[in-house]
Ligand binder design. Structure first.
Ligand code: NAD
Length: 428
């Protein structure tokens, strides 16, 4: 039998992981990384799979499956979100942990990438069941996580309350309050005001930065946003009220809307606050969700799920800026199309575009470790400075080496991870 990865391995044969690996292979070829080094860099250090039995409200027992993947621990703990989704796979967590490593390295944070979650539709659980599942998930992970080993945060399907349950569970085990085990927790537990909004605000800052680079006035622009959750809704608010853009399209998993005259974002927020979803909103024409992505606009913001820009629709995008607020919204095949169109479509790659969340999470962790809290102004100021530095580094490398923005961004991240691993050497 040959050494190496089993082609049927549930982690590495997963389409999401294959996508992350293909993206890495492009960079590894570009950086001329030798084979042995490549394997050491791309494959996660640790992938944990746990079962989560719990009592349904009706007394029946159900067993769910949870995962946590830690990509590398070369320079500090791993850091990453926790996703609750019905179709979550361990391969998807592995892929997202890899992306997270490049993101942390690009923005200069002392973390490797982590990612995890539970394979469950959170809407199918009552609040009590959600609490049971969350506590049991954390309980199962206790041997593998910690403030110096792996720090959890929110992602799709989880929120401040879930983080509070994780923190409580971990702290009960330790015997004292350990706020620094999670980020994105309530302010009353040492969370940072504005953490939930930080990813969306970072997206808006980078879009404005890109427009400035392209010498386009934000107030002259239109935007379409896919996904109306923590990231998408905040980005919509920022682009509408701070940048002065006309938001012509929004969508979530239940419906998509277009309004050439501009969607009233305040009305959309109010509708979602009352109904939980956009379905039934009357502030625009109902359109096909996939078609919304190819409708004309200056700024397109995919802020929902992976793989929505494919080889099929990448050639039809009619935006000037593609701001990848979601993780992995563009497939490698689509990337090849976009690389041909790089004069037409200015891509802000995901590992840069949505890095505001992990940057503010890093601030939260540092503050909790020191029990010393910063002002909101200080947090936003430090966030924008880090984003600006990363944006400048990506544009500089792209220009100097004539590279697409994603290749420039990921290659900076990969180089930094590689340098750290090489400096440490191989144990023993
Ligand atoms: P969320 O659960 O708050 O919101 C997700 C939104 O996407 C919801 O409105 C949902 O209805 C919508 N959606 C789901 N599937 C869709 C589809 N097929 N078409 C259209 N809309 C769809 O999640 P979030 O925290 O806003 O995360 C969104 C994306 O941003 C994810 O890719 C996540 O990994 C990434 N991200 C989030 C953060 C963060 O701080 N929350 C940080 C970095 C990256």
């Amino acid at each position: 039998m040959a050494n190496g990865v089993d082609p049927n391995d549930p982690i590495y044969s997963d389409p999401f992981f294959q996508m992350a690996k293909r993206q890495f292979d492009v960079i590894a070829d570009y950086l001329d990384i030798p084979d042995g080094q490549r394997e050491r860099i791309i494959y996660p250090k640790r992938a944990v799979s746990v079962t989560i039995p719990f009592h349904r409200d009706d007394g029946s027992i159900e067993v769910l499956h949870g995962y946590r993947v830690q990509h590398h621990l070369a320079i500090g703990p791993t850091k990453g979100g926790t996703r609750y989704a019905a179709n979550l796979t361990i391969g998807e967590c592995a892929a997202l942990s890899v992306l997270m490593s490049w993101k942390c390295a690009l923005t200069g944070l002392p973390y490797g990438g982590g990612k995890g979650g539970v394979r469950v539709d959170p809407h199918s659980l009552s609040k009590h069941e959600l609490e049971l599942v969350s506590r049991r998930y954390m309980q199962e992970l206790i041997p593998f996580v910690g403030p110096q080993m792996d720090i959890l945060g929110p992602d799709m399907g989880t929120n401040e309350q879930v983080m509070a349950w994780y923190m409580d569970c971990y702290s009960m085990h330790a015997g004292y309050a350990v706020g620094e085990i999670v980020t994105g927790k309530p302010v009353s537990l040492g969370g940072v005001a504005g953490r939930r909004e930080s990813t969306g605000r970072g997206v808006v800052f980078l879009i404005e930065r890109a427009l400035d680079h392209l010498k386009i006035k934000p107030a002259d622009c239109t935007a379409i946003i896919q996904g109306y959750g923590n990231v998408g809704a905040v980005a919509a608010q920022g682009l509408a009220f701070k940048s002065g853009m006309k938001i012509v399209g929004i969508s979530d998993h239940t419906a998509a809307f277009y309004n050439a005259g501009g969607i009233d974002i305040q009305a959309a927020d109010k509708y979602v606050a009352e109904h939980g979803v956009l379905h039934g909103f009357t502030g625009g024409d109902v359109v096909d969700a996939a078609e919304l992505l190819t409708m004309p606009c200056d700024v397109l913001v995919p802020a929902a799920v992976e793989g929505v820009i494919t080889a099929k629709n990448a050639g039809q995008l009619k935006c000037r800026i593609l701001a990848e607020a979601a993780n992995g919204p563009v497939t490698p095949d689509a990337d090849e199309v976009l690389n041909q169109r790089w004069d037409e479509v200015f891509v802000i790659p995901d590992i840069l575009c949505n890095s505001g969340g992990v940057i503010v999470s890093y601030f939260e962790w540092v503050q909790d470790l020191q029990n010393f809290f910063w002002s909101d102004v200080e947090i936003m100021d430090r966030l924008y400075r880090i984003l600006d530095t990363a944006f400048t580094a990506v544009i500089k490398r792209s220009k100097e080496r004539k590279l697409p923005h994603r290749t420039a961004a990921v290659s900076i991240g990969v180089e930094r991870v590689m340098a750290a691993r090489q400096a440490r050497g191989i144990f023993p």
